[in-house]
Design a protein around this ligand. Structure first.
Ligand SMILES: [Ca+2]
Ligand SMILES: [Ca+2]
Ligand SMILES: [Ca+2]
Length: 239
């Protein structure tokens, strides 16, 4: 890690600190995903080779102390495996981090995908829960995108076939209940078509959910519509 002078304005903060993995190796692809909340940053390294296997992936948590950013945790999946791509997507909100592993093989099938919740107590991060789609299937790639805000997590499954088309995609809303995370809603585009890859990217802010669609048809049109699912999510979440 190398640190420049503290910024005196936002403009001078364009380059402030460079985060690197202390145990980084060639082709880890550290930085494939990033997220920040307050003085905490999470960086994914989806091609990191861990004890779980080649390209199992990992994510690093850094915290800021003045102008220094210090590695606080190196997160890996509790039941990771080779080619899981854990860290392909990361999100953090306060003391809660969510990390996606879209190629994880679950009981639902190959590359059905998982997302993992980690929580911080003091300076220690511990695994809290695995998130999976209740109707997950092989090659859904659940966990290809993740977002979290307080007690609400949003996980994209861009290759899900939600009945309206092949790889039309979907996203799932989870709510925290104590130390458990409960699936509360499945979001799909109202005009879904095959290869839309709905859920390729997601964002959530507490009671609202926004799902951004990226797909073949969109590329052809040269536009990237986003669906604000806030109202529907808020109704289901009930808050
Ligand atoms: Ca690797
Ligand atoms: Ca896999
Ligand atoms: Ca599919």
């Amino acid at each position: 890690m190398s640190v420049n002078e503290a910024p005196t304005s936002l403009a001078s903060a364009i380059y402030w600190a460079k985060l690197t993995a202390p145990d980084g190796a060639p082709s880890d692809i550290f930085g494939i995903s990033v997220a920040a909340s307050g003085d905490t940053a999470v960086v994914g390294a989806w091609s990191d080779d861990t004890l779980a296997g080649l390209n199992a992936g990992s994510a690093y948590v850094f915290v800021r102390f003045g102008t220094d950013w210090i590695e606080q945790a190196h997160l890996t999946a509790p039941h990771g495996a080779s080619e899981d791509r854990f860290g392909a997507a990361v999100a953090v909100s306060g003391d809660t981090a969510v990390v996606g592993a879209y190629q994880h093989d679950t009981p639902a099938g190959l590359d059905a995908g998982s997302a993992y919740v980690f929580v911080r107590s003091g300076a220690v991060w511990t695994y809290q829960a695995s998130l999976n789609a209740s109707d997950g299937a092989a090659f859904d790639n659940f966990g290809g995108s993740v977002a979290v805000s307080d007690g609400t997590a949003l996980v994209g499954a861009p290759l899900d076939d939600p009945g309206v088309g092949f790889d039309a995609g979907s996203a799932y809303v989870f709510g925290r209940s104590g130390t458990s995370w409960i699936e509360q809603a499945k979001l799909t585009a109202p005009d879904a078509n095959s290869y839309d890859y709905f859920g390729d990217s997601v964002a959530v802010d507490e009671d609202t959910a926004v799902v951004v669609v990226v797909g073949q048809a969109i590329h052809e049109l040269g536009i990237a519509p986003a669906f604000c699912a806030g109202e529907r999510a808020a109704q289901v979440v009930g808050s």
